[in-house]
Design a protein. Sequence first.
Lengths: 223, 389
Amino acid sequence: MSNVIEVDHLNFSFGSGTLTQPVLKDVTISLEEGEIVLITGPSGSGKTTFLTIIGGLRQALHGSVKVLGHQFINSNEQIKVKTRQQIGYIFQQHNLLKSLTALQNVCMTLEINTTMTEQQRYDRAAEMLIAVGLGDRLNYKPDQLSGGQRQRVSIARALVGQPKIILADEPTASLDKQSGYEAVSLLKCLAKESQTTILLVTHDYRILDIADRVVELEDGMIK
Amino acid sequence: MNRFGWLYFPARLAWRQLVFDRTKLVAAICGVLFACVLVFMQLGFKDTLYASAASAPLKLDGDLFLMHKQSEAMWRPIQFKRSELMRVLGNPAVAEAYPLYLGLAPLKNIQTQAKRTLMVYGFDPDSLMFNVDSARNKHIELRLKDTVLFDEYSRPEFGPVRQLLEAGRNMTEINDYKVTIIGLFQLGVSFAADGNVVTSDLNFMRIFPRRNLDDIDMGMIRLNPGASVEHVQAELKSYLNEFVNVFTYEELLRHEKDYWANTAPIGFIFGFGTVMGWVVGLVIVYQILFTDIANHRNEFATLKAMGYEQGYFVRVVFASASFLAVLGFIPGYLLSLGLYNLAESQMYMPMPMLISKVITVFMFILSMCFMAGLLAIRKLKDADPADMF
């Protein structure tokens, strides 16, 4: 199996000069296709920073970060935008668009590439929402949904584009135990079907069992 | 990505975000509407001013006109010698030349006895100076002593002259001199005069005892058929005294208009008001777009993380600006239409809603919203997905 994410001797620091604050130190890790990896660690250990570099949202300068075959170190914005479109995101806050219904929110992922017709997009999005158990909430706005339901909408939004990679940042942080566990189980189940790689940052120890591998990060180093 | 989706998807998102928050949408529309009405009214007043300034010269039936160089406008003329006008008769192309006497004087309201200033035009009735049929038909009667024609379109403060004439009450005073109104004609008021009266040159001297026939305010020249106006104008300029202007009909109209546009600061005032309307609208729309971007910062950052490019959000902002322009313009236009009618009934001056003005104002509003959008997109760079996690 091929590696979809390859990180080699990655160093990253905030600030400059004497105020330089190293966040990631010599991180080396690779993820195979279809693998589910959890990154845990205390606050400030650099988990989220690591995730934003993998997602092409933050520019790192030292080391090597290859995502889906694209080198992110010193790359241009164009390559990163293209790669981002093949990555699904799940945020700590659901970050749904308030003015759009659940269905329209999921459609936003598909509207980046307009090869599909409107009807095809709606069908795909509806299918995905039914898969996450929200078939009866298609036309609800985020305000009218519960926390767990919103997170399921954002899981649907991340998966509907059939991404190669899912990046999730504390997806269960704002959920209670049961809906949190349901959400990640759902994520795992749907991802396994389509051989999607998942990189999940969490310090919620209740969900460690869904992972193929757990990586612990402390002070910017993998333990 | 095809062209249709390039604009359609961001526009649709902009629209959905606009209609989601109705209160803010209404506030935004009110802002654009306000600017729209302001610009419409300023331009309307300005056009009315110019149109009314030219209302009297517009009706003068002549090919060339003499005016003293120091005359800024017809309503405040400087006199020159009648002999100067008569010199033009030496040119073989000139058929006839008539002097025109102008003066502002109070007319007594027949009913209330209140006095109010209007414009008095004095000329030889047989010259048929005004191209108004009702004035021309009375040229024989106007030869009589102490007779005048009253402008039906004068302001109502002069009294219901038509009804009074029908009731046989036709005696009044101009400049404390007793005259008889023998009929009505139609000209229209201007910013300089609230009303108009036409009389013969001899009656004019009776109304204004200090004036004499030798000092004239304007000269009207008619040419023989087939004569070239430009050619004769050049000839006259070459041998007339340098203190007179020789105007063609169009130049006279422009001269009157330019007085209000440039010499009197009124043209500037309305122009300034128009620009202020634009700026006020700009600030309102900018504020709304700016806070809108700030409120949707998280959502935009999320979309950016999902792979949307910067250009998409720029299009969202400009689509919002365009929607606001259109949504504010429609009620703004309707409200202005009503206000134009109201202003017409108050000013007794025509204030037409011309299609060219509608297009001008719409372009104005659109440019205002685009400018606001241009200023607001700087805020977009705050939507950085790296800060989202």
